[in-house]
Design a protein around this ligand. Structure first.
Ligand code: SF4
Length: 208
């Protein structure tokens, strides 16, 4: 049985548009980048049709858009992961550090997304959200500066990276200032949609 209670916020035209070149040059055959973004979100166009896009971003968007996600009843049960630190696509010392909850289904979906987007690597830290997915955990305010700090410490990720920067889920915005004070790390609010994470990471890499 497929269930719909878990909202994974798939890629909308507005999200896709953020990662297109923004030239409105029509070389893709659409009137504007927004028109192309709409066609991509509806599965009516291929990312390859934009010749202006950098290859890493193009492959990342194509990978995220190709995922057809079905969440089944057994998946949506309140199972938790016991992993303290998850490596997505062989991260290096300058890879991003992503904070998420400890829902088993969240971890499963994020692993699936990154397996389809091999250009984006990251360290993923599941923190205590009692098995709730981020949309529910955010509503119940289960992700707090204290739970993130505990997850960060127990993951020992600080020994694996050459920076002190973390990305928290967009739905958990509001905890960043206190979290920075408690940990000494720089906190960036990331996307609401997990499907956006690879493009978000690659965009940061390209702007370095
Ligand atoms: S080819 Fe790329 S940059 Fe040009 S309009 Fe289409 S999406 Fe925008």
């Amino acid at each position: 049985m497929v269930v719909e209670e878990v909202d994974f916020h798939s890629l909308s035209p507005e999200i896709i548009l953020k990662y297109l070149p923004g030239k409105d040059c029509r070389n893709c055959g659409y009137e504007s980048c927004l028109g192309f973004a709409k066609a991509l979100s509806e599965g009516k166009a291929s990312v390859k049709d934009c010749p202006e896009m950098a290859i890493m971003m193009s492959e990342s968007l194509a990978g995220a858009l190709s995922i057809k996600l079905e969440v089944h009843e057994a998946d949506a049960s309140m199972n938790t992961t016991s992993d303290g630190l998850i490596e997505l696509n062989s991260p290096s010392e300058d890879s991003s550090v992503l904070i998420t909850g400890n829902s088993g289904v969240t971890i499963k979906v994020l692993k699936l997304i990154f397996s389809n987007t091999p250009n984006a690597s990251a360290f993923l830290i599941p923190t205590e959200t009692k098995g709730f997915t981020i949309d529910h955990a955010a509503g119940m305010r289960l992700m707090t500066p204290m739970t993130v700090m505990r997850g960060l410490t127990s993951s020992a990720v600080a020994a694996r990276v050459n920076h002190h920067k973390m990305i928290i889920p967009g739905l958990c915005a509001g905890i960043e200032k206190q979290l920075e004070q408690m940990t000494g790390w720089t906190v960036e609010v990331g996307p609401v949609s997990g499907f956006e994470l690879p493009a978000f990471i690659i965009d940061k890499m390209e702007k370095r």
